[in-house]
Design a protein around this ligand. Structure first.
Ligand code: HEC
Length: 98
């Protein structure tokens, strides 16, 4: 029983600590493994974007207010479930991409 409780605690702790690299995996099909692609030939190339700039863009999509290439609805679906911590973690990760 103790072991089960511990396993659950560890599992939920790792779910809560947002891992930017892990989160970015679901973005790579469109943005490229290192953010080097124009997603669907529409987006800007986000590789190395300053974390504040990425976070602002992602928050805009989440709020439904950003449509830089007319496809904000698609990006809203990508980030709608992200918490502020998720957005911060993924933005920090994108800033490290070279
Ligand atoms: C199905 C393809 C697809 C996936 C998956 C996807 N994106 Fe996008 N992304 C786009 C498109 C298309 C745009 C341009 C949207 C618009 O009109 O503003 C975009 C725009 C962006 C922008 C702003 C760049 C700009 O042109 O203004 C950022 C930052 C971004 N995406 C990050 C992400 C992150 C982080 C993920 C993963 C959570 C992700 N995207 C997943 C297609 C995708």
């Amino acid at each position: 029983m103790k072991k089960i409780v511990l396993t659950l605690l560890v599992a939920s702790a790792s779910l809560m600590a947002a891992d930017g690299a892990e989160l970015f995996k679901k973005c790579t099909s469109c943005h490229g493994a290192a953010g080097e692609k124009a997603a669907l030939n529409k987006s800007q190339i986000i590789k190395g974007w300053d974390a504040a700039k990425t976070a602002e863009a992602l928050n805009g999509y989440k709020a439904g207010t950003r449509h830089s290439a007319g496809m904000g609805g698609l990006m809203k679906g990508q980030v709608a479930a992200y918490s502020d911590a998720d957005i911060a973690a993924i933005s920090a990760y994108i800033a490290t991409l070279k």
